[in-house]
Ligand binder design. Structure first.
Ligand code: 8YV
Length: 327
């Protein structure tokens, strides 16, 4: 009987997943639902053959270089891999996997929820009722903006971007997108999506912008101050990707000056810290990184992690290997 691989899991995962991991592997769980400190992460990487981190674990070059030689696989619980230094991992011969596909629909749903909440002032209205300050219906009170007939500009037309486009079509929006590569003509046709090779030109013509690209060195502050200034003042921004894709300081300043109409943000540049100036604005909807937070999604993600570990430790190529070049 082959020795079971030592798997260290950094966060509390759904019970069914933890049970499955305990059956299959020599698994060390983290019973406290608290992120590990860098020192604890380093200890974990000194003994683990497989590490299962999440977005809250910053696995930088120093940690990877300090890892024990037995560490062969980082099977991340999540799709975004910007918390892992992929280059350092490759140099050390460590394989990285993620969990793509299973959180596409949930994240697209949450993007739509944020888009509606922002344009139709859902959170603001809810705050008004709860505050006891609501004095009754008025023909000109709590007016938001209609979303049907509006132009949605999707930055990053991958799985989540396409799922968002399908939903937005059903809400009567017209779909525009910018991507490094134009998508397959069949997909473009299905989504009735207009491709903009120039991000700047697209930004200047949209009513709502949604960020759906990964955070990579190439997309860091892709919405820079200069680009944010291209937006028309009635434009809304929705972000369920990563905070780092937008210059949050510039965004906050422009939102407070009314140079951008509003923003729905599920992610922030320095999570879990949120710019205190954002907290004071009424034209923003702020969520605690819950785009993929469904019970079903978390179990699906866990199952993907299990399959990646099992396949790899059985000596085969894991299905969700992350290749830097494809990011
Ligand atoms: C998860 C996410 O909450 O998958 C991602 O990239 O941002 C979220 O779905 C998180 O990554 C879990 O590690």
């Amino acid at each position: 009987d082959k020795k079971k691989p030592l798997v260290v899991v950094t966060r509390k995962l759904p019970d069914v997943i933890e049970t499955r991991m305990m059956e299959l592997f020599d698994t060390r769980l983290n019973p406290d639902d608290l992120p590990l400190t860098a020192a604890q992460l380093q200890d974990a990487m000194a003994i683990a053959e497989v590490l299962v981190p999440t977005v809250t674990d910053r696995i930088d070059r120093a940690l990877i270089e300090a890892a024990g030689p037995q560490l062969r696989l980082i099977a991340s619980f999540g799709t975004g891999v910007d918390h892992i230094d992929l280059k350092a991992a490759r140099e050390r011969g460590i394989i990285v996997t993620n969990t793509p596909g299973v959180l596409t629909e949930d994240t697209a749903d949450m993007t739509m929820a944020l888009l509606l909440a922002t344009a139709r002032r859902v959170a603001e209205g809810e705050r008004l009722v709860r505050s006891g300050q609501w004095t009754g219906w008025g023909p000109t009170t709590m007016l938001g903006h209609r979303i049907s007939g509006k132009r949605l500009g999707i930055l990053g037309m991958g799985r989540i971007g396409s799922a968002l486009a399908r939903r937005a079509r059903a809400f009567g929006m017209s779909i525009h997108y910018h991507n490094r590569r134009r998508v397959h003509p069949e997909l473009e046709q299905e989504l009735e999506a207009t491709y903009w090779s120039s991000l700047d030109q697209m930004l200047a013509r949209m009513d709502i912008i949604s960020i759906n690209c990964p955070h990579t060195p190439a997309t860091y502050h892709l919405l820079s101050e200069r680009r944010l200034k291209l937006l028309r003042p009635h434009c809304y921004i929705v972000n369920t990707s990563r905070g780092e894709v937008i210059d949050e300081v510039a965004l906050t300043r422009m939102l407070s000056k009314g140079e951008i109409a509003g923003a729905g943000l599920d992610v922030f540049e320095h999570e879990p810290a949120v710019n205190p100036k954002l907290l004071r604005l009424d034209n923003v909807v702020l969520l605690p990184h819950m785009g993929s937070a469904t019970i079903e999604g978390r179990i699906d993600m866990g199952e993907k992690v299990v399959v990646n570990i099992k396949t790899f430790t059985d000596g085969h190529a894991p299905p969700d290997r992350v290749l830097e070049a494809l990011l």
